[in-house]
Design a binder for this molecule. Sequence first.
Ligand SMILES: Cc1cc2nc3c(=O)[nH]c(=O)nc-3n(C[C@H](O)[C@H](O)[C@H](O)COP(=O)(O)OP(=O)(O)OC[C@H]3O[C@@H](n4cnc5c(N)ncnc54)[C@H](O)[C@@H]3O)c2cc1C
Length: 396
Amino acid sequence: MTSSGQPVVTGADFYLIERSLDPADRQLLLRVREFMEKSVQPVINYYWTREEFPHDLVPGLRQLGIAGMAYSGYGCPGVKNLLDGMIAMELARVDSSIATFFGVHSGLAMGSIYLCGSEEQKQRWLPSMARMEKIGAFGLTEPEVGSGAAGGLTTTARRDGGDWVLDGQKKWIGNATFADYVVIWARSLEDGQVKGFVVEKGTPGFEASKMRDKIALRVVQNAYITLDGVRVPEENRLQGANTFRDTAAVLRLTRGGVAWMATGCARGAYEHALAYARQRRQFGRQIAGFQLVQDLLVRMLANVTSSACLCAQLAALQQDGLAEDHHSALAKAFCTVRMREATGWARELLGGNGILLENHVGRFVADSEAIYSYEGTREINTLIVGRAITGTSAFV
Ligand SMILES: Cc1cc2nc3c(=O)[nH]c(=O)nc-3n(C[C@H](O)[C@H](O)[C@H](O)COP(=O)(O)OP(=O)(O)OC[C@H]3O[C@@H](n4cnc5c(N)ncnc54)[C@H](O)[C@@H]3O)c2cc1C
C-alpha cells in the first residue's frame, strides 16, 4: 500500500493493454513470459559475453508454438496482430537478442515467403519454419548499401536456363551462420528489378562468416555473406517478389514488430530499475523515495506506456488491413527513440551497478543501440512519414 492507502502499481502494463487479449491468448503470453524469465534470463549474460547463440533454448521456443503467429494456414496459428506484437514485446522484455533471432526467423524470413511466395512455395517452406525445425534469415543489406537498398542493391541475379546465378555480398544478416533458408534479395540482370531467392543451406558458392566484436545484440549471429556464382533453381525464386515494392511490404510488416520489441526492451529496463529502486538504500532510506528517482521512473513508464498504446493501435490497423508504410515507420521511429531514452535512464538509476552485466540493464542499453538502427534508421523512417504527410519525398 502507498502512504495514502492506495495499492502499489508494480505492473508495467499501466493502461492494461493485456485486458484486450482473450483468455487463451493471455495464457499464451504468460507462458512466453515464464519461459523467458525462467529459461532465458538466468543464462543469457553467459552467451552475450561469449557472442554465442544458445541453440539449447530453441526447443523451448519451439514448444511455445509462436513462430509465424499472425499468418494463416501453412501450419501457422493465424492469431490477432495484437497478440503477435505483444509476444515480440514479451521476448524483448527479457532479452532483445532472442527477440531479434525470433523476429528475423518469424517476421523477416517467414514473412517474405508468406507475402511473396507462390502457394506451392508457402506449402514447401512455411510448415517446417512454423515448427522451428527449419530456421530462416533475411539478406537485404550489403557492405556498401544499407539505407539506400531500394535503388542501390549491387548483388545480381542472372538467369541461366532454369536457374538463377547470384553474385555479390551481404552484411549484418542475422541467423545466417546456421540458417536453413536464407532469403537473398538481388537485382535481376534481366529487368533491373529486385527479386527474392531462397538459398538453402549447403548451396555451393554461399559462404556466411560470423561478424565479431559487436557491442550490441551479441547473442545474435550476424554474418557477412559472399555469393559466388550461387545457383538457385527458378522454383526457389519468390514468385510474388517482382520489384522492391514487394520487399517493402515485408518491411512494413516487420517494422511494427520492431516497434513492439523496442517497447519490450524499454519495459524490461524499467522493471529492473523499479525493482532496484525499491530495494537500494542511500541516506538511510529507499532510493525509490527520492523525488529525482521517481522522476526517472515516471519518465520511463511514460515512454513504455505511450509506445505500447501506439503499437496496440498499429496492431488494430494491421488487423483491419489499414496499416501503411508510414504507420509502421512512425511506430518504429517513435518507439526506438523512447526505448533509447528509457534504457539510459534505467542505467542512470542503478548508478555504478548499471554498468555491471549481472544487473541486466547494461545489456538493455547496449542492445537498444542496434534496435535503434536496424530495419530502417530513425532518419529513414522519419523520411517515410515526412513524405506521407507533405507529399514530397526528401530522400535525396
Ligand atoms: C544488429 C543488426 C542486425 C541486422 N540484421 C539485418 C538482417 O538480418 N538483414 C539485413 O538485411 N540487414 C540487417 N541489418 C542491417 C540494417 O538494416 C542496417 O544497418 C540499416 O538499414 C542501416 O543501414 P547502414 O547501417 O548501412 O547505415 P547507412 O545507410 O550507411 O546510414 C548511416 C547514417 O546515414 C543516415 N542516412 C542514410 N541515408 C540518409 C538520408 N537519405 N537522409 C538522412 N540520413 C540518412 C542513416 O540514418 C544513418 O544515420 C542489421 C543491422 C544491425 C546493426
